[in-house]
Ligand binder design. Structure first.
Ligand code: HSE
Length: 444
C-alpha cells in the first residue's frame, strides 16, 4: 500500500525528533502500521534549519498553508504551539480534510471543544498523545486501556520544569528564586518560565485528562491554578520531617457533586511511589474502580520522548483512517453527543467546594495560650487536626521576645471552611506573618 503522507508544521526540537525516529525505525513502524508513514513536506519559518534536519528530497516551505493546500498530504502534524496561528492552521487543516496530530496542550485545553467539533463534522481525527506527559502513553491508557473503569481520580506530576525545581530545592535546601535561576542556566527552565512555574502548563494537561477520564468537555477556564513560586525551603523541610514531599500535582477527582480540577503544590506521603519521582521526570497515578491504582512514569518532554507519542498517533491514524468515523475511538474517549449532558451532571466544582487536607505554617509569638487559640478556632470550625509540629523558638527583637513556627496538618476539610478559619487565625495579634497553606493529598 502507498505510504501515508505527512506534512510537518514546525521542525524544532520535537519535529526533528519525529523526523529522526521515523527514519530510524521506519521498518518496524510500517510493519506495525500496515503501511509506510512518510514525512513528505515540512513548513518552518527557518527554512535553512529545516533543510539541515531533513536533507534533500523532502520539500521544505516557509508557508504552512502550502502543506494544508497539498491534496497528497493525509496527516498534518502541528508542532508550532500556542493559541494563535496554531489554532487557525489546525482548523484549516481539518476543513481541508486532513487528520491532525498535535502536541499543543494549550490549544486543546482552551479551544478543544471547537476543534473536536470541527473534526467530528469533517470525519477526521485529531490526535494528541504528545500533549500530556510527553512520552508517557497516558492518553492511550485513559481512552482505551482503562475503558472498563469508572475513573475516580487522577493525580500527576505533569510538568518537568517545576518537578526539577522542587527536587533541587529539597536536595540543596535552597529557595525557589535561586533554583529557578540555576534551572534557567542549565536549560531546564525557559527564559520566560511563567506557564511552567505558575502551573498553567500542568493545568492545560490535567484539563485534557479530566475530559477523557470523566467524559466532560475540556474546561480549562474552570481549573484552579496555583504554581510553586511562593514555596520556601522551610516548608519543604518541615514537610520532610512530617513524612511528606511537596510536588506540583495536577489533580482531577470525581466528587459527590461534580468534578475537582486543580493544580497546586501538594504534600504527598514520602512512601508513595509518585512522591519519589524526581528531576524533570513525569508520573501520573490513575485510580479506577475496577483496576485500582495504576502508575505511569517517564519523560514528559524532550525531542525523542515526545516524538514517540507523536508517531504513536501517526500509526493509529494510518490504521484507522479508512474506518468509518463512528468506529474510531472518540476524541475525548466518550461519544461526543454525551458530553454536554455529562457536563450538567458533573460540573467542575469551584475551589471552595473541594475537599482535601492541609498543611498550615503559622509564624507566631511564642507565648502561653497561642496554640490553644489557634486550635480552638480550628475546633470551632469543625476542622480536625492530624498532627502538630512546633519548632524551637527563635529569639528576635531586643527584649528577648521570641517567635516560632507552628505547623499543623489537618484531616479532610472543605476549602471554603478552611479559607474562613485561616482568615480568623490570621487576625489573631499573635500570628505574626501571612499563614502558609499547602494542600495535602494522601493518594490512597
Ligand atoms: N514545559 C513542559 C515541562 C514540557 O516542563 O514539563 C512541555 O509541556
Amino acid at each position: 500500500m502507498k505510504p501515508i503522507q505527512v506534512g510537518l508544521l514546525g521542525i524544532g526540537t520535537v519535529g526533528s525528533g519525529v523526523f529522526n525516529v521515523l527514519q530510524r525505525n521506519q521498518d518496524e513502524i510500517s510493519r506495525r502500521a500496515g503501511r509506510g508513514i512518510e514525512i513528505t513536506m515540512v513548513a518552518d519559518l527557518d527554512v535553512a534549519r529545516a533543510k539541515a534536519v531533513v536533507g534533500d528530497g523532502i520539500q521544505v516551505v516557509n508557508d504552512a498553508r502550502a502543506i494544508i493546500a497539498n491534496p497528497d498530504i493525509d496527516i498534518v502534524i502541528e508542532l508550532i504551539g500556542g493559541y494563535g496561528i496554531a489554532r487557525a492552521l489546525v482548523l484549516e487543516a481539518i476543513a481541508a480534510g486532513k487528520h491532525v496530530v498535535t502536541a499543543n496542550k494549550a490549544l486543546l485545553a482552551v479551544h478543544g471543544t471547537e476543534i473536536f467539533a470541527a473534526a467530528s463534522a469533517k470525519g477526521v481525527m485529531v490526535a494528541f498523545e504528545a500533549a500530556v506527559a510527553g512520552g508517557i502513553p497516558i492518553i492511550k491508557a485513559l481512552r482505551e486501556g482503562l475503558t472498563a473503569n469508572r475513573i475516580q481520580w487522577i493525580a500527576g506530576i505533569i510538568n518537568g520544569t517545576t518537578n526539577f525545581i522542587l527536587s533541587e530545592m529539597r536536595d540543596k535546601g535552597l529557595d525557589f528564586d535561586v533554583v529557578l535561576k540555576e534551572a534557567q542556566r542549565l536549560g531546564y527552565a525557559e527564559a520566560d518560565p511563567t506557564f511552567d512555574i505558575e502551573g498553567v502548563d500542568a493545568a492545560h494537561k490535567v484539563t485534557l485528562m479530566s475530559a477523557i477520564a470523566f467524559g466532560i468537555p475540556v474546561q480549562f477556564d474552570k481549573a484552579y491554578v496555583e504554581g510553586i513560586t511562593k514555596l520556601g525551603a522551610a516548608d519543604i523541610r518541615y514537610a520532610e520531617q512530617l513524612g511528606y514531599r511537596i510536588k506540583l500535582l495536577g489533580i482531577t477527582k470525581r466528587a459527590e457533586k461534580g468534578v475537582e480540577l486543580r493544580v497546586h503544590p501538594s504534600l504527598v506521603p514520602t512512601k508513595r511511589l509518585i512522591a519519589n519521582v524526581e528531576g524533570a521526570m513525569n508520573a501520573v497515578v490513575v485510580q479506577g474502580d475496577a483496576v485500582g491504582t495504576t502508575l505511569y512514569y517517564g519523560k514528559g518532554a524532550g525531542s525523542e520522548p515526545t516524538a514517540s507519542a507523536v508517531i504513536a498517533d501517526l500509526v493509529d491514524i494510518a490504521r484507522l483512517h479508512t474506518a468509518d468515523p463512528e468506529h474510531r475511538v472518540p476524541h475525548l474517549a466518550f461519544q461526543p453527543q454525551t458530553l454536554s449532558d455529562a457536563m450538567d451532571a458533573l460540573p467542575v466544582l469551584p475551589m471552595s467546594e473541594v475537599v482535601t487536607s492541609y498543611y498550615l505554617r503559622l509564624r507566631v509569638a511564642d507565648q502561653a495560650g497561642v496554640l490553644a487559640k489557634v486550635t480552638g478556632l480550628l475546633a470551632e470550625a469543625g476542622v480536625s487536626i492530624d498532627a502538630v509540629l512546633q519548632r524551637e523558638a527563635d529569639e528576635v527583637g531586643g527584649e528577648g521576645s521570641t517567635q516560632t513556627d507552628l505547623i499543623i496538618l489537618t484531616h479532610d476539610t472543605r476549602e471554603g471552611t478552611m479559607d474562613a478559619v485561616i482568615a480568623q487565625m490570621q487576625a489573631l495579634p499573635t500570628v505574626l506573618a501571612p499563614i502558609t497553606r499547602i494542600r495535602k493529598e494522601e493518594l490512597n
